[in-house]
Ligand binder design. Structure first.
Ligand SMILES: [Ca+2]
Ligand SMILES: [Ca+2]
Length: 409
C-alpha cells in the first residue's frame, strides 16, 4: 500500500491529472474533510443586529447551542418566503418518486462556522443568499439503493469507475504494481488524531467498490436497502440515463430539501433535536475514533434508507446518510455570480466550468446533504444550504446519489 500524499491539507479529492498520489485521495468527499467546524453556534452577516453579532461571536464554543428564536432571527434576515408553483402534479408519477412543485425560493446558507479542516472562514461558497426559480419535477424519495443499482448493473453489465484499473495515463508516474482498482473507505483511528489529517481515517482499499463496500471480502448481504456507495459522477449519470432520469441540479436539490419552507437550518426545521430525537443519520461522539460514533441517532455508520422521517415533500435522508452527486460544476463563487445579476436565477444549472481555489485544476461537481460522517465537531454540512464537492472520478463509501425526472411536455 503506497503512502498517499495530499495535494493540500484541505484536500477533499484529487484528480488523476494531478499526480501520483491523486488516486488515493479521490474518494475523500469534501464535506467530511472540509467542514471541520464548530456547529454549535450559528453565523451571522454584516447586516445583522450588531449586539447579537457580538454576543454570538463570543460564543465560539463547540457546545453552545443557540435558542430557536435567535436562529430564526439570524436566518430571517436574508431569506424570503418560498413561493411554490400552483400547478398540480402531472399524471403518471414514477414509482418511488415524489412530486416537487418548484417555484421561487431563497438559496444558500449563512452558517459561517463551516470551514476547511478547522480553518474557519476559508470557504464562502454558500453565500450570498440569492433568489432562484425552478420548474416542477419528480425526485427519488430515497438515495439510490444497492438493490436498485444492482438491477442497473445486471441489465447493462456496467462497470463502475472504482472497479476499473487506473491507466498509466491517468496516474502518470505511479508504478504498474500500484495501479489497482479500489476506492476510499472510512476507517476509524485507534486514538485521537488531529482533525486536519484526513488520511488518518481515509484509506484507499484495493477491491473496494459498490458491491464490496469495505473491500474484496465484504459483500452486500443484507444491504439491499442501504444507499449504494463508491459511485463516481459518471457512474451516477449512467444509472440515471438507464432509469430514464437525470441527476438534479443544485437548485432543484435545495428546493426539494427545503420542503417549501424558507431559511430553515435543517430539512426538518430549526431545532437540531426534539426531546433527544434525531431526524437524520450523522455522527455523534468523538470523531474519528474507533467506537467513537455514539450512534445517538440510532445508527453507527451508514444506515438503510427511510430510517428517519421524510421532509415536507416526502423525501428521505436529504440530510445525512450519504452525500449525493449534483449535476452542477462546482465553483466557490457561483452564488456571487448569480446574485450580481440582480435577477431571480431561473432554472440555474451551474457554472460553465469548475474552479475550486482549494485545489485549482481539479474538475469537481457539487455534492449535497452531508453524510453519516458529519459531526458536530468536524463537519456540519448536513445543514440545509451547505455545499460539498468532489472530483468527478472520486469514490468513497459515503457518497451516493439520487435522481430526478421532469414531466414530458
Ligand atoms: Ca449516525
Ligand atoms: Ca443523503
Amino acid at each position: 500500500m503506497p503512502k498517499p500524499t495530499p495535494t493540500s491539507k484541505n484536500s477533499s479529492s484529487s484528480s488523476r491529472s494531478n499526480g501520483s498520489s491523486a488516486r488515493f485521495l479521490w474518494g475523500i468527499a469534501s464535506g467530511v474533510v472540509l467542514a471541520f467546524g464548530l456547529i454549535a453556534y450559528m453565523a451571522w452577516g454584516p447586516s445583522k443586529d450588531s449586539e447579537q453579532v457580538d454576543e454570538l461571536k463570543q460564543s465560539n464554543s463547540a457546545k453552545v447551542e443557540l435558542k430557536r428564536d435567535q436562529l430564526e432571527a439570524i436566518q430571517a434576515v436574508s431569506f424570503f418566503p418560498t413561493i411554490e408553483n400552483k400547478i398540480s402534479e402531472p399524471d403518471s408519477a414514477p414509482s418511488g418518486m415524489k412530486w416537487i412543485p418548484g417555484g421561487e425560493f431563497s438559496m444558500g446558507c449563512e452558517a459561517k462556522n463551516e470551514s476547511l479542516c478547522g480553518t474557519p472562514g476559508t470557504t464562502m461558497d454558500t453565500v450570498p443568499i440569492h433568489r432562484v426559480y425552478v420548474d416542477g419535477f419528480w425526485m427519488d424519495e430515497t438515495e439510490v439503493t444497492n438493490a436498485q443499482f444492482r438491477a442497473f448493473v445486471e441489465a447493462t453489465g456496467y462497470v463502475t469507475i472504482a472497479e476499473r484499473k487506473p491507466t498509466p495515463e491517468e496516474l502518470p508516474g505511479v508504478p504498474e504494481e500500484l495501479l489497482v482498482a479500489g476506492s476510499a473507505v472510512f476507517q476509524p483511528t485507534d486514538t485521537a488524531v488531529p482533525l486536519d489529517q484526513f488520511l488518518q481515517w481515509w484509506k484507499y482499499v484495493p477491491g473496494a467498490c459498490w458491491k464490496h463496500p469495505f473491500g474484496p471480502d465484504s459483500n452486500l448481504d443484507g444491504l439491499d436497502q442501504y444507499p449504494v456507495v463508491h459511485i463516481a459522477y459518471e457512474d451516477a449519470e449512467a444509472y440515471a440515463k438507464w432509469a430514464g432520469k437525470r441527476l438534479p441540479t443544485e437548485a432543484e436539490w435545495e428546493f426539494a430539501a427545503r420542503g417549501g419552507k424558507a431559511g430553515d437550518l435543517y430539512t426538518w426545521g430549526n431545532t437540531a433535536r426534539i426531546q433527544d430525537r434525531y431526524f437524520a443519520n450523522y455522527y455523534q461522539g468523538a470523531f474519528p475514533i474507533r467506537d467513537g460514533d455514539a450512534a445517538s441517532d440510532g445508527h453507527a455508520g451508514i444506515a438503510p434508507v427511510k430510517q428517519y422521517e421524510p421532509n415536507a415533500y416526502g423525501l428521505y435522508d436529504m440530510s445525512g446518510n450519504v452525500w449525493e452527486w449534483i449535476s452542477d460544476w462546482y465553483r466557490e463563487d457561483y452564488y456571487s455570480t448569480l446574485k450580481a445579476t440582480g435577477k431571480v436565477a431561473v432554472n440555474p444549472s451551474g457554472p460553465a466550468d469548475s474552479f475550486d481555489p482549494q485545489e485549482p485544476g481539479q474538475q469537481k461537481r457539487v455534492h449535497r446533504g452531508g453524510s453519516f460522517l458529519c459531526s458536530d465537531t468536524y463537519c456540519n454540512r448536513y445543514l440545509l444550504g451547505t455545499r460539498g464537492k468532489g472530483e468527478i472520478r472520486s469514490t468513497s463509501n459515503h457518497v451516493g446519489f439520487r435522481c430526478v425526472k421532469v414531466p414530458e411536455k
